[in-house]
Write a protein that binds this ligand. Structure first.
Ligand code: SF4
Length: 273
């Protein structure tokens, strides 16, 4: 469903074996080129994983279960079934490598997850109007000239009489503003190019579904306009990033937001340039 990596990762395959690019890889290069290098080029194993990633993936797994049941023609799962999926995700995670925040542990996150899933169940997102075409649908295609195929996983694909709706699920500390949705739109704009051939005559709709991790969680939908100029701009940005990667341009981009949970802190400090 998502591109998060909840488990500590074994060494990645060497770049020569990759014949695709993903939005998460491109996004990682944008946030820190050296982190991209450690993961995707050097293929270093990752011995720690941020609790927020595990938590987000567990919520995604629960939501995916909901939509998969609907896709199969079954009744919506109960809250107990959704929290069961959430718990299973944690059970399958090696908690000893998870980096929690100073006020978090696995137990303290459980009640929050329950409130978020309850909010999801009663939201308009959970009551799909239309025909579900795919859940966690993997799409791949040559979207940007001069770069490998783009590989994307679409959380939810729904077809209505007039529209093809591409939904990406996010968990966030607080509500997103319209600017935040627009600023995050690159992923959906790229996915629109992969999804368009599925229903070429239908209007394409792109939306983020944001579940907040607040005391009283809420679920909000944010549309991202399908703007041709923005799509082309995004493709040109990815093309330039790909050229930088091909030219082996790597450097650290330290930030207090991402360095504390980065699994490559030790090799980063040792990196001599
Ligand atoms: S520790 Fe910070 S600067 Fe170094 S690789 Fe990780 S994210 Fe980049």
């Amino acid at each position: 469903m998502i591109s998060l990596q909840p488990q500590p990762r074994a060494a990645s395959p060497p770049p020569a074996e990759r014949d695709y690019i993903s939005y998460s890889a491109i996004s990682m290069y944008q946030s820190c080129p050296l982190k991209y290098f450690f993961r995707y080029v050097a293929g270093l194993p990752e011995r720690t994983v941020a609790a927020a990633l595990v938590f987000g993936s567990a919520i995604h797994r629960s939501v995916e279960h909901h939509f998969t049941e609907l896709l199969a023609g079954n009744e919506p799962p109960t809250l107990e079934a959704l929290t069961g999926e959430y718990d299973r995700h944690w059970q399958e995670t090696d908690v000893s490598v998870v980096k929690f925040g100073k006020d978090d542990d696995r137990e303290s996150l459980g009640p929050l997850a329950q409130r978020m899933l309850a909010a999801f169940q009663t939201s308009s997102l959970a009551k799909v109007e239309g025909h579900i075409l795919g859940v966690e649908e993997q799409l791949r295609g040559p979207v940007i000239a001069g770069t490998p195929d783009l590989l994307g996983r679409v959380d939810l694909l729904v077809e209505t009489t007039n529209e093809l709706i591409v939904t990406d699920l996010k968990t966030a500390r607080s509500r997103w503003s319209a600017e935040q949705a627009a600023d995050s739109g690159a992923q959906l704009l790229l996915y629109s190019e992969l999804a368009r051939p599925l229903a070429p005559r239908k209007k394409l709709r792109l939306q983020f579904a944001v579940i907040t991790k607040s005391r009283e969680p809420c679920v909000e939908l944010h549309d991202v306009p399908v703007d041709r100029r923005q799509i082309d701009r995004t493709k040109r940005i990815v093309e330039k990033i790909w050229r930088a990667i091909e030219s082996s341009i790597y450097y650290p981009a330290p930030s207090p937001m991402q360095c504390p949970t980065c699994p490559f802190r030790t090799p980063c400090r040792a990196w001599a340039g």
